[in-house]
Structure formats: structure tokens, C-alpha cells
Design a protein around this ligand. Structure first.
Ligand SMILES: O=C(O)CCC(=O)C(=O)O
Ligand SMILES: [Fe+2]
Length: 223
């Protein structure tokens, strides 16, 4: 955001875990939001995720490329309307590569090498949150790329060893990038709090959207 008293810097939160504030400018945020709105529509649109324990996730979700459910992947919305999952757009996979380069200060991974083939779009409204968990249903060790739109949240990032302390709380704002790979790839993380009403007014979003990009490395039977 412009006009910060203290500019927010790119920060390594843990080895392999990097926060890049304001990575997406207002125009790219607007176009990503517009895309999320079309993905959210049925078929295979936004759904409430039920966990095996009988609970529900408070953030609603839509997937692209492959459909994530607790705890695996499928080619159809097996825990939704059963429709085929929407394809992963090439431009979004490309954004994933670009993000990895930006976070680690390196050239992006070679095109075609471990392409980002899965996107999860999480929508947080009201007092939605996400408990501490690991992204562990993929076979690939490629970094996870996370983009934030709308309201500011508290993103809690811990270690691979436990869902409890030690962890660090980072404020993720609209346009921020967070990448976790290498030794941080399997770290526990979650969203304990979203701050309502903190989205940039010109974006026109009430609530928070998170776009998480992953490389599956999966070998699912054709759908
Ligand atoms: O909303 C976020 O920032 C985190 C989402 C997340 O961890 C996930 O979808 O696995
Ligand atoms: Fe996650």
C-alpha cells in the first residue's frame, strides 16, 4: 500500500517461507478477483467443505485443475455437485512460476518443469478462519504459492513438527504473496483471523479471497 509510515519489506518468515508485500498491483488484483468470481459459479463452483470429523470449514472453496477434498484429489467435485473440476488456466500456472522467482529472488523455475496444476480459491467472509494444517496431499515438493485479495488476515506460520508454537503471525493484505517451499513446504499454517472491512475500497470485495497454487505431482486415473 502506498503511504505506509514504514514500507513493508520482503521478509523470510522461516527458511523457505517468504512474504512479499504488495506483489500484485491494483490492476492484477482486480483481474484475479474477476476470474475468482467466474470460477465460483457452478458447476463445480464454490462449496462448503465438510471434514471427516463431521465439522465444516468456515472458508468456502472452489478448486481448479484438480479438486481437493479432505484428504486427497479428484477430477470431479466429489464432495460438491460431482461436476468435472474447472481447468487450471495457463496464465495462472505462469503466475505461480513468476511468484516463486519473486519470492526467492531467483529466475522463475523453467517453464514445463513441475507446472502449477492446482488452484484452491478460499473465500472468507464473516468470521471465517482456517485451522492449522499442512498442505500434504501433493506428491511434488514444489513450493506452495499463496495470493491474498480483499480483507487483511492474520496468517499463522509454524513448523513442520507441530501445529502449536513456535509460530509467527504475519498480516497478509490484498495483493500480498506468500511462498513456502524447501524446509517450510510441510510447515503447519492457518488463518486464525480476518479483519473485516480492511479491503482496499477500490477493489470492491467484501471479505477475503486466497488463491493457493500447488504442484500436484499426482498420477490420477483419467476422469
Ligand atoms: O487462506 C490462506 O491464506 C491459507 C489457505 C490455505 O492454507 C490452504 O488453502 O491450504
Ligand atoms: Fe494450506
Amino acid at each position: 500500500m502506498n503511504g505506509e509510515l514504514f514500507p513493508r519489506e520482503r521478509t523470510e518468515i522461516a527458511p523457505g517461507a517468504v512474504h512479499v508485500p504488495d506483489w500484485l498491483g491494483p490492476e492484477r488484483q482486480r483481474s484475479l478477483l474477476a476470474a475468482c468470481r467466474t470460477w465460483a459459479r457452478p458447476p463445480a463452483g464454490l462449496r462448503t467443505v465438510r471434514t471427516p470429523g463431521g465439522g465444516t470449514m468456515t472458508a468456502r472453496q472452489v478448486c481448479l485443475g484438480l479438486h481437493w477434498y479432505p484428504y486427497g484429489y479428484a477430477r470431479t467435485a466429489v464432495d460438491g455437485d460431482g461436476a468435472p473440476v474447472k481447468p487450471m488456466p495457463a496464465w495462472l500456472a505462469e503466475l505461480g512460476r513468476e511468484a516463486v522467482g519473486a519470492a526467492y529472488g531467483t529466475a522463475p523455475p523453467a517453464a514445463g518443469e513441475a507446472p502449477y496444476d492446482i488452484a484452491l480459491v478460499n473465500f472468507y467472509d464473516g468470521d471465517s478462519h482456517m485451522g492449522m494444517h499442512r498442505d500434504a496431499d501433493e506428491r511434488s515438493a514444489a513450493p506452495v504459492v499463496s495470493l491474498s485479495l480483499g480483507d487483511t488476515c492474520v496468517f499463522r506460520f509454524g513448523s513442520a513438527a507441530s501445529r502449536g508454537r513456535p509460530y509467527r503471525d504475519v498480516l497478509l493484505r490484498s495483493g500480498d504473496l506468500f511462498v513456502f517451499g524447501g524446509p517450510a513446504r510441510l510447515a503447519y499454517h492457518g488463518v486464525p483471523k480476518v479483519h473485516p472491512g480492511t479491503a482496499p475500497p477500490e477493489l470492491g470485495l467484501t471479505g477475503r479471497l486466497n488463491v493457493t497454487l500447488r504442484v500436484g505431482g499426482l498420477d490420477l486415473p483419467p476422469g
